[in-house]
Ligand binder design. Sequence first.
Ligand SMILES: [Zn+2]
Length: 219
Amino acid sequence: MLAILTYIKYVPVAVLRPPCDRAARYDFFTSSKPLLMSTDFHYCPACATPLALISVQEDGGPKDRLRCPACGWTHWNNPVPVLAAVVEVQGQILLARNAAWEGKMYALITGFMEAGETPQEGIAREIKEETNLQALELNLIGVYDFERMNQLIVAYHARCEGEIRLSPELVDYRLFAPDKVKCWPAGTGYALADWLRSRGHEPQFIEWSRPPQDHAPPA
Ligand SMILES: [Zn+2]
């Protein structure tokens, strides 16, 4: 706990936003810049000394990383796990639109995994928080990289029931028959495509006229 408190005390507020501020969690849908680039860290979270790019001999050879010259703390910049769900309710696929997104993009329910929960518990919690639906059955679709945001997406198919009530983060949702839903060429879109293939549907992809980072796409 002491380490956590120290971290919060010294790390710049902007760095803390992604994991702490729910509203900021969706910046990654509209931003072309990863929220946790290694360059976003300026100070050691353990002793507040300015970090420096320091080369150290690691298992794979010499490696430049942001490190603390005083205490040796290393910013590993490991990818952050993000949970995603292809939510199925009454045989249809629910896609939702976040208030922060530009355009008319609809996407999977996603959220950061939290400490003290399993991935299954995490995605069931996110589904409940964002749609009010109860997940009856969860099956892993796959694991996908989202390198642009330095994230790792763990995607589930979630068979759900209940009355849909969106959280304030979401402004709208749509229900699609599995043979009508369109995928998008990025992390969670590939997860949706893989799930559709597993159900015998050949996925159709949205044509993006602009690069993904400019089109407010989902992960
Ligand atoms: Zn330090």
